[in-house]
Design a protein around this ligand. Sequence first.
Ligand SMILES: [Zn+2]
Length: 260
Amino acid sequence: MLIDSHNHLQSGRYGREAGELVREMKGTGITGCVVNATREGDWEAVAELARRFAGFVMPAYGIHPWFADTVEDGWEGRLRKRLQSDPQATVGEIGLDGWVDSPGMDVQREVFVKQVGIALETGRVMSVHCLKAWDELFSVMDEAEAWPEKFLMHSFGGSIEVAERLLKKGAWFSFSGYFLQARKRKVLEVFRQLPRDRILLETDAPEMIPPEDFVEFSLVDNVNHPANLRGIAEAFEKELGAEILARVAENGMDFWRRPG
Ligand SMILES: [Zn+2]
């Protein structure tokens, strides 16, 4: 069991057909993946992948903070509908990003808060992106009347202090191969200290390509292939010890399976 807990298989950047990507993923022993939408315009492409690769692709629908200004009237109702149409569907990718100037934080925050509400209401987990916006994220949490019981901090690159605060809120954390870079070692050190039952693995493909040594499947222009998860998992195992992958597999079952 090896699940890519966060990727964007619907992206047009691979220069390769999804069927081929999935075949290569399966060839390395990957047993499933969570495909995250980024804006309403790609929800149908994600749904199509979930239908075509049923049992392998789990869809996540949402508006990424970079696209918070693309929402059109009625989007919340349509998001609810997407979630209700598939019991396996979760909410993602959503979040806050202080690294981009536009859309502004106010716009991002409004769209994020609404999606957290929809996750709560529909009883789904959510995949959260947070970059240079920890204070904003904690302020959203503090202001919220209720917060989903569990959620994923994807490509987590924060400090142990941030992680500890998030743990109390029900966070799980996925490690991205990008952080195998020598200069990003502190991220691995944080994962070493996290509770083992809160750890998942991801590629975030086509983004977040790992350092060259860990890239078995290369594509054009530094595009990350989701099958690189196998190499990421092996490197992670070397760092965190032999039992970690069995634990991550169990965690994947736990986190992505809906209760009841
Ligand atoms: Zn992503």
